[in-house]
Design a protein. Structure first.
Length: 285
């Protein structure tokens, strides 16, 4: 997915898309006080489709720093849910065949310093999203420089409903890239960065302990070999897939190798690893 990121100022005339991009973002105002009148946005999306581009809609719900009330406010939640339902009932039927996804959040990875509550809130909202529509989160990882801390913050169990687009991530995973970084796809405007970030789809996976285990333990208590593996991967520049123990059997498709730290694997996880090996996979420890 190679997506050109448009701006609000390009709404009326449309953007000139540089060569190489295959999709374009179209922004929709879905905040609490929005009119939900998206006629101009619909016409713009049609023009992009006529030019041969796919569409990635961005539904701006004001999440999270621009919300006017606490997350517990029921009226606010219902208004945001209505915006998603309106998208589902109006634009989605017209563009489902050319849509590559729906962006629901862009901002810091810490989600306004309340990550877990914010993700729970998103999980509630996405119940109104059309089935089969990829949900994108644009996350700025600039504040995190430690690779193990990044693993905890980006643990797959946190984001199982979403596709991540990361800016300045200190990890070389198979996520998409937002503006700057390295990954398997791109969302942004800088064509030079676009050429720099592309990586092949990884054939290597890194097995993570369950999120519960990581939360109970201090990161410093993890076996030193765990950090050694992560830092070695960063130096080689080889992309890899983060896989939680819980979802190993559903996420090992396409992988030839799996990095495993035995001290961090449960007995159930060891049985799943045996299944990976039986399917022809190689384990690195």
């Amino acid at each position: 997915m190679l997506v050109f990121e448009t701006t609000i100022g390009e709404l009326k005339e449309g953007a000139t898309i540089p060569p190489g991009f295959t999709a374009v973002t179209v922004q929709l105002d879905g905040k609490v006080d929005a009119s939900l009148c998206w006629k101009e946005e619909e016409e713009l999306a049609k023009r992009y489709v006529d030019q041969g581009f796919s569409i990635v809609f961005e539904l701006d719900l004001g999440l999270f720093k621009r919300l006017k009330a606490p997350l517990e406010d029921k009226g606010q939640y219902l208004a945001l849910e209505l915006a998603i339902e309106y998208f589902r009932n109006t634009l989605w039927p017209k563009f489902s065949h050319v849509s590559q996804g729906l962006i629901l959040y862009r901002g810091s990875l810490d989600f306004a310093d309340d990550r877990d509550r914010a993700l729970d809130y998103l999980e509630l909202l996405v119940r109104a999203v059309p089935e089969g529509l990829p949900l994108l989160l644009l996350l700025d990882c600039s504040a995190i420089t430690d690779s193990l801390q990044a693993l905890l913050n980006l643990h797959p169990e946190r984001f199982h409903s979403f596709t991540l687009c990361l800016k300045n991530a200190p990890l070389l995973t198979d996520s998409y890239v937002w503006e700057r970084g390295r990954g398997t796809g791109f969302i942004g405007r800088d064509i030079e960065a676009f050429h720099q970030v592309l990586s092949p789809t990884p054939s290597l996976g890194l097995l993570l302990p369950s999120l519960h285990t990581l939360q109970e333990q201090n990161l410093l208590t993890l076996p030193p070999v765990f950090r050694t593996h992560v830092e070695a991967l960063q130096k080689t520049g080889r992309p890899y897939r983060l896989i939680s123990e819980e979802h190993l059997t559903t996420k090992w498709h396409g992988l030839n190798e799996l990095i495993v730290v035995p001290e961090c694997v449960s007995s159930q996880g060891k049985r799943k690893i045996q299944g990976f090996m039986a399917a022809g996979g190689e384990v690195i420890s």
